[in-house]
Design a protein around this ligand. Sequence first.
Ligand code: ADP
Length: 634
Amino acid sequence: MTATAFPLSYDVKNAVSANRLVGLWRMMTGYRLHYLGATVSLAIAAIAKTVTYLLLRFFVDTIMGAQGAGGQTLPLTVIALGFVGLAVVEGGFTFLSGRLAALTAEGITRRLRSYLYDHIQRLTFTYHDHTQTGELIQRSTSDVDALRRFYADQAIGLGRIILLFTVNFIALLQLNVRLALISVVVIPPIIVMSVFFFKRITKMYEKNQEQEATLSTVLQENLTGVRVVRAFARQEFARAKFERENWEKFRRGRRLTLMHSLYWPLSDTLCGLQMLAGFAVGALMAIRGEITVGTYLAYAGLIIWIIFPMRNLGRLIVQMSTGMVSYKRVVDVISQEREPLSAGTVRPTGNVRGDIEFREVSFEYAADKPVLREISFRCPAGQSVALLGSTGSGKTTLVNLLPRFYEYTGGSLTLDGVELREYPRDYLRSQIGIVEQEPFLFSRTIRENITYGVGRAVSDAEVEAAARAAAVHDVILSFPEGYKTLVGEKGVTLSGGQKQRVAIARILLKNPRILILDDSTSSVDTETEAEIRAALERLMAGRTTFIIAHRIQSVMAADQILVLDKGQIVQRGTHETLVAQPGYYRQIFELQARIEDELQQELAAGARDQRSGIRGQESEVSALPETYLLPSIA
Ligand code: ADP
């Protein structure tokens, strides 16, 4: 069966409801017929079972009785065939029901999973800032699976229980009304008890899932930051932290299981007593001759099928708590607003020119905590602006406004004279290329990484030209599989500089009018730095460029330099004008020049040692912490 055999067309967002049962019902849209089929099949199977007992009564009371009196033997074969036929019907429909139940549950959760995956990648940056990845993973996996169980076991089970109970109760009434009524006295206490447990287990399960999410988050952070953990030799700390959370999970899981294990024996005792009472009363009635032996036999078989659903009703009510909790956790994510990608009042057909102007732009992530204040400057199309300032001064935030990752909260920001928020985000992003400080490459081939997001068929010659311009072609050819080399976990590991150059090639292919560069040379050694700089110059030619700079070298050639401090522009000009005046820029320039000098001398010494095999490959420049390069203004 293909992926499209069952449509995903239902908008899962419609299943959001404050009433969890209503929501769970809505989520079944498109699968209710399967669900009905599964329940009806079960009912048919149940009826076949009940009829078997009635046939047994007939056999014992009528046929055996008649035979004893010297009656006919022919119907025996018919009766035997009847038993076989009923068994086949029961088995067949049980199987059919299982298949349909699986289809319902797997179908609903497949659709839900796909929806969540897509939804999560469309949520706003602000939402992602405030939500831990582990939490999202937990909700998309463990909680979705709890919902799958809800549909596969509990929803179908509920239908089955109601049908089984009804059919068998009617059959019991047929046998004997008094006996039938005696057999169900246990229902009220079972329901009261289940509701009590349902409430407690819901709370505990909620806590259990929260803690599981915390564990996922710790695990995920540790895996992502495995290098940092090792570099700082923090394994022991990480282990202790995980152990604390794991202990808490153990505690909550244990309490939850305890609650479950308290429930089962209690309900089993109740049901056992009920069954015993039924047997005893039935036997007494048979002895007194109020019912026939056949009726008693049938009753003994049927009562199990009455007790069984009652016992399971309680179990189901309790288990449904997990589905309800998980529904809420999943819906919390689903009801988050998406970032409107294509909303905007203008939609230019061609490319922008790239003329950008900030007029008293301000921005805050949280109310009353301005991160950018009254930023004003203009960057004509094709020119470059370098942003300099200590960590936390707002450089990243400023450039993140351009692709509308975040919305500026005050002032005016225009592109080609049109207010930025008039442009649809998807259009804007198609016009902007971002080279991050640590570019992310996917675990695919190098070629796929270079052509990522280009959105059109690209020839090998084009890919190669981009790679050449990004000074990474030769590096790629040095791998045995060239452009088909896999990157990442299952393939080669690229150095920081190589990754950056692949990212540059990617942007060259994309060919945007506006560029954002996060100081792409700070983590590479001096030799590749020259190559990257050359690649960057080719990339920047003719494009409006914003450079987040950590080092003076990266900003010297910029048309305009802005020095930021605490979200404000404190100095602006070109390299020449800024070194000529006293201030932060000149301080940095002199400091860095001195450091570079010392380092060069050390490096030269290092190179001599290296020849004698003492030093490693890495340049020490790259190991400098950013704060050392750019001391705070204060
Ligand atoms: P820079 O790039 O100059 O280091 P940033 O723009 O990253 O500075 O940060 C500016 C300020 O905004 C800092 O105080 C930082 O803590 C805060 N900040 C950055 N990103 C976020 C975010 N996603 N949510 C809330 N605050 C943030």
